[in-house]
Design a protein around this ligand. Structure first.
Ligand SMILES: [Zn+2]
Length: 349
C-alpha cells in the first residue's frame, strides 16, 4: 500500500529493537515507549508487520490503537503482550484505528469480541466502509476510462474494482478531528489527516510528546494516496494539507514529538519527514506535467495510462499489476487534476 522509498536520508530510529527487527525482517518484540504506553507488532502477509500501541489509563483500562491483521496468531500475540504487562484481554476498553486498511483495522472486530471493548474510528472511514460495495462498481468505470492494456484490465477489476473482497465492520464510536477518546488521566487527541485514506486519523498525546501516525507519516516508506474509498476531494490535495497539519504540531528540540508510526520504527523529526513527503509529491506532480508536455508536443490527447507510461515508477509501469497498477493509475489522474490539466486527457468514450 505504499510507493518506493524516497531520496532524502530517512530519520534515525529512536527504537534500536525496531531498527534491528526491520533489518532482520522479523517483527520487533513488545516495547515500552513511555510509562503505560507500549508498542507491539502484528505480522501479516509475507514477513510484513504493522505496529499497534497499547495505552493504559489511570483506571487501569487499556486503549489499543491499530489491532493489526485479522488472524488467530495475532490475537495470541496480543494475549501474550497483555500478560507481559500485567493485563488481560478484558482490560481493553477501547480499540481505536488510524484507518480502514486490513493491516491496521483488520483484527478490530475479533479483539472487540474477545475483550468487550468499544471500537472507534473516524466518521469518514465508517462511511467508506459502508459504501464499499457501491464504490467497487464506480472503480470499474475508472478502470475502463484509464485505458490500460486489455491484458491488465481483468486483474485491475479483481484487485482495484468490483472483484475486491473487503470486510465490513461497524464502529461503536465515531471520531472527528479534535475529539479526545475516553482514556482516564490522559489527553489523547484525534487529528484528522486525510490523504492515504479519507478518514485517516493520527493520535497526539501532547503531555508525553507522542504522536501515533498510522500510515500518514512513516520513516522510510512514501505512503500511497486515495486508498480508502472515493471522495469528492482530490486525495493528493488532502494529503498535502494533512502533512502541513502535522508539521504544525511538531516542535523542534527537547519538546519534539516522538513519532509512533504504523510500520517500520519510531523516530523524532516529524516536520522534516513530512516535508520530505511533500517534496516527493511535488516531484511526482512535476513528472506528470513533463509527461503531459511531451504528449501535447506529439499532438496527443492521452489516456491516464499513456501519461502513467511516461512517468517514472520503481521497476517501470510494466512491473505493476492489479492493486499496485490501480493505485498508480489513480495517483496519475490525481496528479494531473492537481495540475489543473485534466482537460488535456482523452474523454471517456
Ligand atoms: Zn494503510
Amino acid at each position: 500500500m505504499t510507493d518506493a522509498a524516497s531520496r532524502p536520508a530517512p530519520p534515525a530510529p529512536v527504537s534500536a529493537v525496531q531498527a534491528l527487527a526491520l533489518e532482520q525482517g522479523a517483527p520487533p518484540p513488545l516495547e515500552e515507549v513511555r510509562h503505560g504506553v507500549w508498542s507491539l507488532a502484528f505480522p501479516f502477509g509475507d514477513g510484513d508487520y504493522s505496529l499497534g500501541y497499547l495505552i493504559e489509563g489511570s483506571d487501569g483500562a487499556l486503549t489499543l490503537i491499530d489491532p493489526g491483521w485479522d488472524d488467530d496468531a495475532n490475537l495470541d500475540r496480543l494475549d501474550a503482550a497483555l500478560a507481559d504487562v500485567g493485563h488481560a484481554m478484558e482490560d481493553i476498553s477501547l480499540v481505536a484505528v488510524t484507518h480502514l486498511h486490513a493491516d491496521h483495522l483488520g483484527g478490530a472486530d475479533r479483539v472487540r469480541r474477545a475483550s468487550g471493548a468499544r471500537l472507534a474510528l473516524h466518521a469518514a472511514e465508517q462511511r467508506a466502509l459502508d459504501r464499499r460495495a457501491a464504490e467497487a462498481l464506480e472503480a470499474d468505470a475508472d478502470i475502463a476510462r484509464w485505458g490500460a492494456p486489455a491484458d491488465d484490465e481483468e486483474a485491475l477489476v479483481a484487485a482495484w474494482g468490483s472483484g475486491r473482497r473487503l470486510p465490513h465492520v461497524t464502529a461503536d464510536l465515531l471520531l472527528a478531528d479534535g475529539d479526545e477518546p475516553p482514556i482516564a488521566g490522559r489527553r489523547l487527541r484525534a487529528v484528522h489527516t486525510p490523504g492515504h485514506t479519507a478518514g485517516h486519523l493520527c493520535f497526539v498525546e501532547p503531555e508525553q510528546r507522542l504522536i501515533v501516525t498510522g500510515d500518514h507519516v512513516l520513516p522510510r516508506i512514501n505512503p500511497g494516496i486515495g486508498l480508502g474509498g472515493r471522495t469528492d476531494a482530490n486525495p493528493l490535495t488532502d494529503l498535502l494539507a494533512s502533512l502541513e497539519r502535522v508539521i504544525a504540531l511538531d516542535v523542534a528540540g527537547a519538546d519534539a514529538l516522538e513519532v509512533c508510526p504504523g510500520h517500520e520504527y519510531r523516530f523524532v523529526g516529524l516536520a522534516e519527514r513530512a516535508r520530505a513527503l511533500v517534496d516527493h509529491r511535488a516531484d511526482r506532480t512535476a513528472d506528470a506535467a513533463a509527461a503531459l508536455d511531451a504528449l501535447a508536443a506529439e499532438a496527443q490527447r492521452p489516456t491516464v495510462w499513456q501519461v502513467a507510461e511516461r512517468m517514472s515508477w520503481t521497476g517501470g509501469i510494466a512491473s505493476l499489476h492489479g492493486y499496485r497498477l490501480g493505485s498508480a493509475l489513480a495517483q496519475t489522474e490525481w496528479h494531473v487534476q492537481a495540475l489543473g490539466r485534466a482537460g488535456e486527457l482523452r474523454p471517456s468514450s
